[in-house]
Ligand binder design. Sequence first.
Ligand SMILES: [Zn+2]
Length: 255
Amino acid sequence: MKKKIKTLGILYRISKYGDTSLILKTFTRDEGLISILAKGARSSSTQTAFQTLGIYELVLYKPLETGLYLLSESTLLLVYDFSQNTGLWCLAQCGCELISQILISGDEYLQYYDLQKLYLDYLNEHHEAGIYIFWRFWLRVMELLGLSYDLSNCHRCSKPLGNAAFVEKGTGALICIECAQQSHYPEHVSALSVRSIKIISKLPVIGNYVQSLSIDFTSIVQINQIIRDFFETHLHKPLHLKSLIIYEQLFSNGT
Ligand SMILES: [Zn+2]
């Protein structure tokens, strides 16, 4: 007989399964990222409407080996409703997409669960800080993975970066102006905007600076490229954040 377990989960995505059932892709506190079969959840007799970005208390039957978990009971505890703000909705999805692309071991599920919950709380409470909060979330995820992204010193000579900094294309590493000028492959380095440097240097404590910082499309594109390149270099696979591309498009259209 399958084992019955109780856990908390953040619902990432809902998809139809057969005529009456649903598959719930959920990041749970105790089992990590799993797919749950909710049998009959679409039949007219069931009033349960699942909501993405809802926090659920779940009672599940765990599969004996790999495969789908089976839903026994669910209680919606809280839902993050970003339906009025497409940008924030995209950023919340970016968080889910980032976590979905990381291999997380069993003893770390709780840490990642708490971090995501905190991320959604911040997004919900500080609408104006959206993209900054996502970048800080990315930084914290990297730290949980044991990867530290050096925000203030040159990757090559370790000197403090100062007000002018460059980025190494492909790795996302920051380098100082002297190292950039001495680079044998100038085409592999590109200058960061003053705005991008300011934002990057403040990322760990960005919450204190939201009011004094301003954002533009160039900084968004530059910093997003850095996070992709850094991820790819250290995790040896590309980081596909579909929602981040949509976010960039929304921003460039002024919405
Ligand atoms: Zn240097």
